[in-house]
Design a protein around this ligand. Sequence first.
Ligand code: 13P
Ligand code: SF4
Length: 335
Amino acid sequence: MNIVEAKDKIDERGFLDIDLDVNMDLFAEIERLKKEKNAIVLAHYYQEPDIQDVADFLGDSLGLAQKAQTTKADMIVFAGVHFMAETAKILNPSRKVVLPDLKAGCSLADSAPAAQFQAFKEKHRDHIVISYINCTADIKALSDIICTSSNAEAILNSLPKDQEIIFAPDKNLGGFLNKKTGRNMLLWNGACMVHEIFSMEKITRLKVRHPNAKVIAHPECEEPVLRLADFIGSTTQLLKYAVTDSNNEFIVATETGILHQMQKEAPHKTFIPAPPTNSCACNDCPYMKLNTLEKLYLCMEYETPEIIMDEQLRLAAKKPIERMLEISRKAGLIG
Ligand code: 13P
Ligand code: SF4
């Protein structure tokens, strides 16, 4: 099958369903394809360990957006979720951007349908819109500035104190920022299904058994969980804190994928995933985990599924992302 034929073969589940020889060395094949196609593999920390290990760049949403903007590679292979790959295409349209599984969505992005958000925005015309990067291109196009969890505070600090703001779509991150900055942003009622599942009671019980453990949490978590935290930050900030802090034991309230890097960078330390309310694996993001090493190989080999965007939408969505990157540069958060 060639690349053109492969385009028609993405099944209704969102990926190329082709049986691979189980003896194939996928790590070696992916390295071969990187060279042959001048491709770069960008991966988020919530990807499975094998994908993190083959990535050329591993990062949080801000780091990944910046890398996508500046890469000279011909093909960006995005091991993350759809809004991240879409952001890469928005920032670097001349590159081919492929995603291992088109159905790798995001519950936060889904929580803000564009038509409803537009109607909400129209009711508050004196407000500017700051949207968390975990949203669709349509929502980005309706926004004034984008933010991520690592630069949200810097973005807010760049605006006058009395500026009226709508913050979307994550009410937990928005609430955390309101508390931290003393603002009173109007919050869209969206949330991440993974970060909402952590149990305050179970974390408290875990702390009784591990009295020396520090709790570190992502700001997408709900307020009661954040209140227990010794440190709150984006995935990159959590990783940095866990590795550099003098403590040796941590309860980690974010998606479990990050534990792979924590353990790699600080093998002598103990990292305990914060427990969800049920005994499910709900602290694994079902969207992030749709990507597998097999699908990663296939999307590189056949250059599909590819992110294709309407040019007008791309340009409208690009403006607030570029504003975010500019403020982040000024604040010294990115190079
Ligand atoms: P960051 O990696 O930017 O902290 O985002 C976390 C997340 O939920 C990504 O979907
Ligand atoms: Fe979306 Fe939450 Fe999954 Fe991140 S962890 S991709 S915010 S559903």
